[in-house]
Structures are given as structure tokens and as C-alpha cells.
Write a protein that binds this ligand. Structure first.
Ligand SMILES: N[C@@H](CCC(=O)N[C@@H](CS)C(=O)NCC(=O)O)C(=O)O
Length: 234
């Protein structure tokens, strides 16, 4: 059966997994999770921590963590250049990039999301976390901008799951009102703009925003709650 990706709104890091699935071009389905509401027991059996992205693979097994999901998609898309064979120098580079994006950029911007989740009147807490988010993610964006200098894609000569993951989280700097990316990090902005023109990225935005969408990949529709329960019971 086709895999199911659980994606989170608003603006989850699961965005990159939707883009990667579109680039892969093989059948898949999606299931929407509102991260600001209580999650269902069915979702908890797939993602015990209640986080997105999560996946039910084509073998019916749950898989969580962006990096695990993206590597799994990349392994199915080696012929398309979405990833590289394990043991090669290029695989190590992609693994390095994904790890950097997750443990450094995602983590740094995470302080901003934590500030957003604090009680409205916790002004001191919010200010502290936002300052930390800005300091840490300025370093992270700056380093990444250096990596991008003189190259078109994050790893190798074509788009990979690294670029898919990047576009889902690089947007947070502006979402959180921390930076004017175009002015402060023009190299990051340039890479984001290139990706924003990609049909898979346009599709992923439309999915998040629930606006009309056209898949250029293998999207086979949203999985209903009832269908999810049937799958989990099987
Ligand atoms: N280590 C996890 C982190 C995933 C994560 O932070 N997901 C966020 C959205 S970007 C989430 O589900 N937040 C809701 C929550 O933690 O309750 C991964 O890389 O997949």
C-alpha cells in the first residue's frame, strides 16, 4: 500500500517531506495534523511523541523523525538524485547537511517556537527565548549562506532531500518575525526563491493552506480518519 505522511500545520518541518515525496514521484497519501490542537489516539500509535512528520511506510510500519523519513525517501529516489548510496562521499555530505539543518538551524529556530507557545503575559520568558532564537539562528543562517556560496544546491549538482528539508524550515526566521531574510541573508533568500518556484514547493504550500493544488508527483489524496483507523487495525 502507498505510504502515508502525517504533516503538521501551521508550517511544520514536515513540509520538506511533502516536497521530497513530490520529487520522488511515487504514490503516497497525506494526513493532516493540527499541531495547535489535541492529537488523536490513532496518531499517537504512529507518533508516540505526537510530533510531525510521521509516516506509515508502504510496509505498514510507523516511521518518525524527519531525517529518517527523508533518508527513506532518498533511498527510494537514488535514480532521481534525491539522495546517494550509503558509503559514498556524497551520502556523507547529504547526511552532514541534514544533520546540520536539524541539530543547528531547526534547534536554533525552535527557541522562537517555544517563545510563541509561552503564555501571552510571560513577557520576560518570550523576550529571552526570542533573543536566543535570533542569536543562535543568525549564526546558523550565516554559516549556511557560506556553504551555499558559488553553488546552486546544498549538496552536489542537483536538488536533494536536503533542499526539501531546507525550504520547510528556513522560512521560520520570517514566520517568527526574527529576520528580514532577503536583506540580512541574501544568499539564503536566493536559494529559498529558487525553491519557491518549484512545483513541488508550490504544491506543499497549497496543501498546508488548503487551497487548490496540482500534484506533479504521486499524491493520491488525503487519508481520512476512518481510513487511518482501518489501516492501523489491519
Ligand atoms: N526530532 C523531530 C522533531 C519534529 C518536530 O519538532 N516537529 C514539530 C513540528 S516542526 C512538532 O510536531 N511540534 C508539535 C509538538 O511537539 O507538539 C524530527 O526531526 O522529526
Amino acid at each position: 500500500m502507498e505510504p502515508v505522511l502525517f504533516y503538521g500545520v501551521p508550517h511544520g518541518c514536515s513540509f520538506g517531506s511533502i516536497v521530497a515525496l513530490e520529487w520522488l514521484g511515487q504514490p503516497y497519501r497525506l494526513h493532516r495534523i493540527d499541531m495547535l490542537s489535541k492529537r488523536s489516539d490513532s496518531f499517537a500509535t504512529v507518533s508516540p511523541l505526537g510530533q510531525t512528520p510521521a509516516m506509515i511506510t508502504k510496509d505498514g510500519k510507523p516511521l518518525t523523525e524527519s531525517l529518517a523519513i527523508l533518508h527513506s525517501i532518498a533511498a527510494r529516489g537514488l535514480d532521481k538524485g534525491l539522495g546517494f548510496a550509503q558509503g559514498t562521499k556524497k551520502f556523507d555530505e547529504l547526511n552532514w547537511m541534514l544533520s546540520y539543518l536539524h541539530t543547528t538551524l531547526h534547534s536554533a529556530l525552535g527557541y522562537g517556537w517555544n517563545a510563541y507557545k509561552l503564555e501571552e503575559d510571560d513577557h520576560a520568558g518570550k523576550a529571552f527565548l526570542r533573543r536566543l532564537a535570533r542569536e543562535k539562528s543568525a549564526e546558523a543562517y550565516g554559516y549556511l549562506q557560506g556553504v551555499l556560496e558559488g553553488r546552486e544546491w546544498l549538496v552536489g549538482d542537483a536538488k536533494t532531500v536536503g533542499d526539501a528539508y531546507f525550504i520547510g524550515i528556513a522560512r521560520w526566521g520570517e514566520d517568527l518575525g526574527l529576520f528580514d531574510i532577503a536583506r540580512e541573508f541574501p544568499g539564503i533568500h536566493k536559494h529559498m526563491a529558487r525553491l519557491e518556484a518549484d512545483p513541488a514547493v508550490i504544491f506543499a504550500h497549497a496543501i498546508e493552506d488548503e487551497t487548490p493544488h496540482t500534484s506533479s508527483g504521486g499524491f493520491r489524496g488525503q487519508l481520512t480518519v476512518q481510513e487511518l483507523d482501518t489501516r492501523l487495525a489491519a
